[in-house]
Design a protein. Structure first.
Length: 330
């Protein structure tokens, strides 16, 4: 069944015989049977051929249906709508490979659109590239420690740190379901195994799963669904983060207060009362928004200092944006 769906050309399907069967069939039961034995077959659902192939297949079935007296089949049109949506998503994605200084490579499935699926989290932004370069130049900061990344997006920074800096535990986090799904797939594609259910609820007691790989034999990798506005100090305490990092999370005035509120919760979330070290990289696109972030930090009593960073990034080949890295003392 899988080989048939993936490889058999459409022109080889018995369309004339199918059309004749539809003409003689009293209703669309035959078409429903064909649909369930092909596109809706459990094996096809588990190992689907490309959306383009399924769209062509369903389009041909609809043509045959419309050329006969068979009754319309809602299920067929619903399947076509789902495939058209999936094909649109496929067309806006590509694979990118980032070569690390160690010679290792981070391979990611990314969106080619700035906004896809109602989120900006499906591609790697410039601040994440700068933060990664800074982290790889300071591996001792992460070695043997628990790292929490806020707004991980599709995972470039975290995966690069996992491959080269030998953390004890790395917690990827985001709140958008589609971003979390793509994040989990990218993590696995790069040789790491997060929780079996891909997304890890911070309300559970789980602490991840040991992974054996080339670069970190005892690394624990977790993917957490983390909403800054609703997370509690108790939930954050369960993460036991030594270091908190984030990139390109200061771009909208509306989320700045939620971010600062969560940082305040983090400051009291450690059982030993020692607050984690916090580093946030930002691309300064709107100076007013960035200054608002700094002003709100001051208002909340969170001290900060600028971390010296290279003016250029090895992962960028064209325009070098204005990126700053702040260390926060929470």
């Amino acid at each position: 069944q899988r080989r048939f769906l993936a490889a058999r050309p459409l022109r080889s399907l018995p369309w004339p015989e199918l059309e004749q069967s539809l003409r003689t069939a009293p209703d669309s039961a035959l078409l429903a049977d064909i649909l369930h034995k092909t596109i809706l077959h459990p094996l096809c659902v588990k190992y689907p051929p490309s959306a383009k192939y399924r769209r062509c297949f369903l389009t041909e079935l609809i043509k045959k249906l419309e050329s006969t007296a068979a009754e319309p089949l809602d299920e067929l049109y619903e399947a076509l709508a789902d495939v058209l949506k999936e094909e649109e998503e496929e067309s806006t994605h590509c694979y990118k490979n980032y070569l690390l200084p160690s010679g290792d490579c981070v391979s990611l499935c990314e969106s080619t659109a700035l906004i896809s699926g109602g989120t900006t989290g499906l591609l790697t932004w410039e601040a994440a590239l700068h933060l990664t370069q800074w982290a790889l130049q300071n591996p001792g900061l992460f070695r043997g420690r628990t790292v929490l990344e806020l707004g991980s997006g599709i995972g470039f920074t975290g995966i690069a740190i996992c491959k080269t800096c030998q953390p004890r535990t790395f917690i990827f986090s985001d709140c958008h379901p589609r971003v979390l799904r793509q994040l989990g797939e990218n993590i696995q594609q790069n040789g790491f195994t997060p929780e079996p259910d891909v997304t890890w609820s911070i309300q559970t007691e789980s602490q991840g799963q040991e992974v054996e790989g080339e670069n970190c034999q005892n690394l624990k990798v977790i993917v957490a669904e983390l909403d800054w506005g609703s997370v509690t100090e108790k939930q954050l305490q369960g993460l036991r983060a030594d270091i908190v990092i984030a990139a390109d999370v200061v771009y909208d005035p509306e989320i700045i207060l939620a971010l600062i509120g969560m940082l305040q919760k983090l400051s009291t979330s450690r059982a030993d009362r020692k607050a984690p070290e916090v580093f946030i990289a930002s691309t300064v696109r709107n100076p007013d928004t960035y200054q608002l972030f700094q002003a709100e930090l001051d208002k909340a009593g969170i001290r900060w200092q600028m971390i010296p960073a290279h003016s250029s990034c090895n992962f960028l080949y064209d325009v070098q944006p204005d990126v700053t890295i702040l260390q926060l003392f929470i």
